[in-house]
Every structure is written in C-alpha cells, then in structure tokens.
Design a protein around this ligand. Sequence first.
Ligand SMILES: Cc1cc2nc3c(=O)[nH]c(=O)nc-3n(C[C@H](O)[C@H](O)[C@H](O)COP(=O)(O)OP(=O)(O)OC[C@H]3O[C@@H](n4cnc5c(N)ncnc54)[C@H](O)[C@@H]3O)c2cc1C
Ligand code: SF4
Length: 333
Amino acid sequence: MRTFEFKRPENAASAVAAAAQAKTAQQGADIRFLAGGTTLVDLMKLEVETPERLLDINRLPFDKIEELPDGGLKIGATVRNSDLAHHPKVQRDYAVLSQALLSGASAQLRNLATTAGNLLQRTRCMYFRDTAMPCNKREPGSGCSAITGSNRALAVLGTSEHCIATNPSDMCVAMAALEATIHVQGAKGSRAIAFGDFHLLPGKTPERETVLEPGDLVTHITLPPPKPGSKQVYLKLRDRASYEFALASAAVVVTMSGGNVSQARVALGGVGTKPWRSPEAEAALTGKPATEANFRKAAEAAMRKAKPQSENGFKIELAKRCLVHALQTAAKA
Ligand SMILES: Cc1cc2nc3c(=O)[nH]c(=O)nc-3n(C[C@H](O)[C@H](O)[C@H](O)COP(=O)(O)OP(=O)(O)OC[C@H]3O[C@@H](n4cnc5c(N)ncnc54)[C@H](O)[C@@H]3O)c2cc1C
Ligand code: SF4
C-alpha cells in the first residue's frame, strides 16, 4: 500500500510554497491540494493519482461568497457546491450556475465538493480510471484505449488523435457562459485567468489539462455583474434523471430586446474535451429573432466542427436539441 504525508498549511503562502516543490501540477503530481476529496481520494484509491504529499486547504479562509462593489460576485475556492447553489444572489442573478450545480452528483457530494475542486475534477473516461489499460492522459505515450474502445460518453468537440475524454463538470459549463475569472496565487505571485483560457485542449499532451503550474493555488472565482434582464437556463441530458454525468448539456444566458436576441452567451457540456463556450452559436443568435428556426441554426453552428467516434455520433444531434430546447425555455421565461 502506498503512503503519503498529510499536512494542513497555516496560510495560503505556506500552502503555495509547499506545493511549489512539486514536479508538476498536472497528471502525476507528487504534491496535491486536498479540498472536498470527492475526486482526488477516489483516484488515489484507484492509484490513478499517487501523490506523496497532500496539503489540506479546508482551513484556509476561502469559504466565503461576497458581493463585489461592481455588482459581481467573489466565490472562495473552498465554498461548497451546495452553499453556492443555494446562495440568494446566485439563485437570483446567476440562476444558470445554481441550476448547473444542482444538476450535478448528489446532495451528499455537493455538500463536500468545493468550487475549485469542481473546476479541477478529472474526466470520467473509464480507461483513465483503470491502470491496467493504456491511456495517454494517465500515462503519456501509452495510447488511447477509448478511440477503438468504449467511447459512448466521450467528446465530439476539441478531441485529438491522442485523447477524446470529456470534461465532466456541470458547474464549469455555467461558469463559461457567465464569463467567470479564475484567481490563482502562485510561486511568482497572483494572477487572474479568463475562464476560457484555464482548461487546455488535449492536443498531443492530454496529461496537461489546465494552465496551472506547481504551487498554483486557486483562491477564488469572480463573476462579472449580472446582465440586466438576462434569461438563464442550464439544461442537462443524461441516461437517468439524477446522479449521472451529462451526455449533453447547455448553459445559455440571453438578453432579449423586443422579439430579438440582443446578446447571447452559450456553452455546452458533455460533448467537449473542455467546458465548451460556443462563439459560433452566439454569433448566429445575436440580433436575430428568437425563433425555433434561428435557435436551430445556432445549434448547427455550435456543432459544425463535431467529430464523432464509433459510439458517440448520437451526441451531435442530442447536443443540438439540448441547445434549442434551452434557448426556447430561456426565451419563454
Ligand atoms: C459519484 C459521483 C458523481 C458525480 N457526478 C457529478 C456530476 O453529475 N456533475 C459534476 O459536475 N460533477 C460530478 N461529480 C464530480 C464532483 O463534482 C467533483 O468530485 C467535485 O466537484 C470535486 O470537488 P472536491 O472539492 O471534492 O475536489 P478534490 O477531490 O478535493 O480535488 C479535485 C482536484 O482539484 C485540486 N484542487 C482542489 N482545490 C484546489 C485549489 N484551491 N487550488 C488548486 N487545486 C485544487 C485537487 O488537488 C485535485 O487535484 C461527481 C462525483 C462523484 C464521486
Ligand atoms: S480518451 Fe483520453 S482519458 Fe480516455 S483512454 Fe483515451 S487518452 Fe485516456
């Protein structure tokens, strides 16, 4: 049985200094932050993650949700998913985020899972979680079992010949549509990262999933002020009604003027190798009448570059219908 050292850093600076000694912050990291543990501990039991040191960040002061002077929101890294989903301002001004969070996992898991942990959760690709099977993400250069194997749940957007794993997060899809910003404290100081720049496409290096470097501690996420009068919907389609990951999902934030869409923010889940913002769908919607035909055109635009694998071609039509339905629901709200 593997052993590891367990530490509770006294403050963020000592957590960052300790984690900065790691060889990588990506797959194979020898030092990991521990938040709710609902991803990390699972993967440690499977020996997919084998850190030598765990830094428990649960006592660091990152558990607050605060309104910002500009009307936006600051969400601490260790805020629990359930607390965030039920926060009155989130329910009122960022309903798409509340809906996305409540569609994920189970009540018990949401009580433990944190904002930063959700942001950094790992793919559910079965081969990634099975150390007996080749997987480029877990063991670079070993091959991708999913491309010729079971890939029904995997991605159709942003894939490469090296990895087709889906990003499984619901929260991240809403955060992408809300244009969130991720704040990181690292060995070289603090920095802010636009949500769309945080996760990486697999390309030739699927083991590298984010822009995080050793020592980087996510401290909080900010949301811009809500768009006045915006209508927001998160729709998740899956094999069963609860406790299941998305086959396809859509987060939409639309502002209407008369019968026209004046502004649209669209992101898709369950179909991309990262939380999938769709500028193509947004461009197709902006300035157009809010009709089913135009929603369908936006959905076609969103999925134009989709590449099916042997078992997941159905996701392309599913994602289109998901987006159309989400837009119809938002337009009627
Ligand atoms: C059975 C099951 C069903 C699920 N269903 C869904 C679902 O339907 N939808 C969905 O979206 N999710 C689902 N999840 C995933 C769940 O949302 C995540 O496991 C959870 O959000 C992870 O948060 P955590 O705090 O437990 O993270 P941890 O497991 O503690 O950490 C995850 C990763 O993030 C890193 N990390 C954590 N905090 C920081 C930080 N502040 N800075 C830098 N790195 C950090 C850790 O080092 C680790 O690598 C499910 C999970 C399970 C077990
Ligand atoms: S899809 Fe990615 S995670 Fe799954 S087996 Fe292939 S390389 Fe591994």
